[in-house]
Design a protein around this ligand. Structure first.
Ligand code: GLN
Length: 520
């Protein structure tokens, strides 16, 4: 289903061709039509509540209070690990989902039961008590949060199958996964339910589902977007970022949500107090982007460098075609050798699991989360609550992370992984002495079938080899559709990715935008 892009929709609203309540009503109807099949949303904002908000934004627009805002009136979906005040925040986990007999909670007043009052089993769904900075900034700009999207439990996975709310389906072929962990956000955009969404990317969770679903996604420079209100998985790796139909929409959302925030100690004040300009994109400069740019194509990356990481050769073909297209647009392409590729996945999974084991310790049934009903003492209560509340993949990672941090193993695993991470960072810094941008695949294959990945976690981890470098190095990366591969009679999307120097999002998105204009 083709719907207006976020910027087109905002333009229509500005010109008075469409009111905000009309735009929101249309979006709710799109969700109604598709969500049963795709399962992209965990929560859809209560109709009455969201229309009230739409009318409020319309009044702000009419009064000229949102002049200059690019996203006034635009409905946006938000991944369910990002806080939106007074909405459920479940991270796709039994730990926070409360009583699962009422699957689709619809806002604050819905289904709230007090723990243990009438029915011991009926637990409250966790409701966010404040909004994340990213959401707050979007709302200040007049965007309307339309719902919370499905995800792998606590962001751990590559398929959106580990959610307690069931798998999300890929809109291009509903027997396949949408990718993960921001699979709900990518599928919601790809299915035309919403023009844009927020995701989070710890090891590829924005870019990989964007690639599998044929949409555009940006993982910002580490520190460019506040993580305040993002439920932490791997704190040193992750960023909130946009998923949308094209680079222009991503630029508008990124400009809105980025910038220094006193509530995130890892934020960076690098540019304009951390607020990057997207002017060359947003102001529609015709030629911005391609002149004088050199893109590096990593040597060997398009052929398998180890037995486990076999890349589909048709993906390599699409990437080479993309490089060729860029060349036709005046970009120089240069082969480079980054190296370190075989260390990327092991280093990431040690660091990510270590951070997760620490971050997830807060879910203990006391401060947060599900609490077991029958127990004899505190220790048993904690053990049972965490065993019942977390799914298998999350428990595996907590165990792994606890192991690599434990005395006697810390130096051999965690410390070593951090040293390797530094070497990977150095290798990328060196590459950027020669080129402005690096072009890579996002995934080694197209979207797998539902159920295919769950029994082989190692293989699933290996599939992250192209997305992880940007997280280990903190560099920005944008994933964009670059063609399709005919698979069992279905044209499945393929994603390409541009990795840039820190804070080069504007240049990156301008290149992608030029590519998208050229290729339609
Ligand atoms: N697939 C990766 C993982 O499971 C990335 C997840 C993410 O970026 N949140 O860790």
């Amino acid at each position: 289903m083709a719907i207006d892009s976020a910027l087109d929709l905002a333009r229509k609203i500005r010109r008075g061709e469409l009111s905000v309540p009309e735009a929101v009503t249309e979006t709710l109807a799109n969700i109604d039509k598709c969500n049963d099949e795709i399962n992209a949303f965990i929560t859809v904002t209560d109709r009455e509540h969201v229309l009230e908000r739409a009318e409020f934004v319309q009044r702000q627009i009419d009064n000229g209070e949102l002049d200059g805002s690019l996203l006034a009136g635009v409905p946006i979906a938000v991944k369910d690990n990002i806080s939106v005040k007074d909405m459920p925040l479940t991270c796709g986990s039994r730990m926070l989902a409360g009583d699962l007999t009422n699957r689709f909670g619809t806002g604050q007043s819905d289904n709230i039961q007090i723990n243990g009052s009438e029915n011991d089993q009926a637990e409250t769904k966790y409701m966010a008590t404040y909004s994340s900075t990213a959401v707050e900034r979007l709302e200040q700009a007049g965007a309307v949060v339309i719902g919370k999207t499905n995800m792998d439990e606590f962001g751990m996975g590559s398929t959106t199958e580990t959610s307690v709310y069931g798998a999300t389906k890929n809109p291009h072929d509903n027997t396949r996964v949408p990718g993960g962990s921001s699979g709900g956000s990518a599928a919601a955009v790809a299915a035309g339910m919403v023009p844009c969404a927020l995701g989070s990317d710890t090891g590829g969770s924005i870019r990989q589902p964007a690639a599998y679903c044929g949409v555009t996604g940006l993982k910002p420079t580490y520190g460019a977007v506040s993580r305040y209100g993002l439920v932490a998985y791997g704190s040193s790796l992750e960023q909130i970022g946009p998923i949308a139909g094209n680079a222009d929409d991503c630029a508008a959302i990124f400009q809105t949500i980025s910038g220094w925030d006193p509530l995130d100690s890892t934020g960076r004040k690098k540019i304009n107090n951390g607020t990057p300009h997207m002017n060359s994109i947003i102001k529609d400069k015709k030629s911005a982007g391609t002149e004088g740019i050199t893109i590096g194509l990593p040597k060997g990356i398009l052929s398998p460098f180890s037995e486990e990481s076999v890349i589909d050769e048709r993906i390599s073909e699409r990437i080479l075609e993309t490089a060729h297209r860029f060349e036709q647009m005046g970009v120089s392409i240069k082969e480079i050798d980054i190296g370190m590729a075989e260390y990327v996945v092991p280093a990431y999974y040690i660091i990510a699991c270590a951070e997760a084991s620490s971050n997830l310790s807060r879910f203990d049934g006391v401060k947060y989360g599900h609490r077991a009903v029958n127990y004899d003492d505190l220790h048993e209560m904690l053990r049972k609550s965490r065993t019942e509340g977390f799914g298998e993949e999350v428990r595996r990672r907590i165990r792994l992370g606890t192991f690599v941090l434990s005395e006697g193993y810390y130096d051999a695993y965690y410390k070593k992984a951090c040293q390797v991470r530094r070497l990977i960072k150095n290798a990328y810094d060196k590459a950027f002495d020669q080129v402005d941008m690096i072009l890579m695949p996002v995934t080694p294959t197209v979207a797998p079938k539902l159920g295919e990945s769950l029994n082989d976690p190692l293989r699933m981890y290996q599939g992250d080899l192209f997305t992880i470098p940007a997280n280990l190095t903190g560099l920005p990366a944008v994933s964009f559709p670059c063609g399709t591969i005919d698979t069992d009679g279905c044209e499945l999307p393929v994603g390409a990715q541009l990795i840039g120097r820190a804070f080069s999002e504007e240049k990156q998105l301008a290149l992608v935008r030029a590519f998208q204009r050229k290729t339609g």
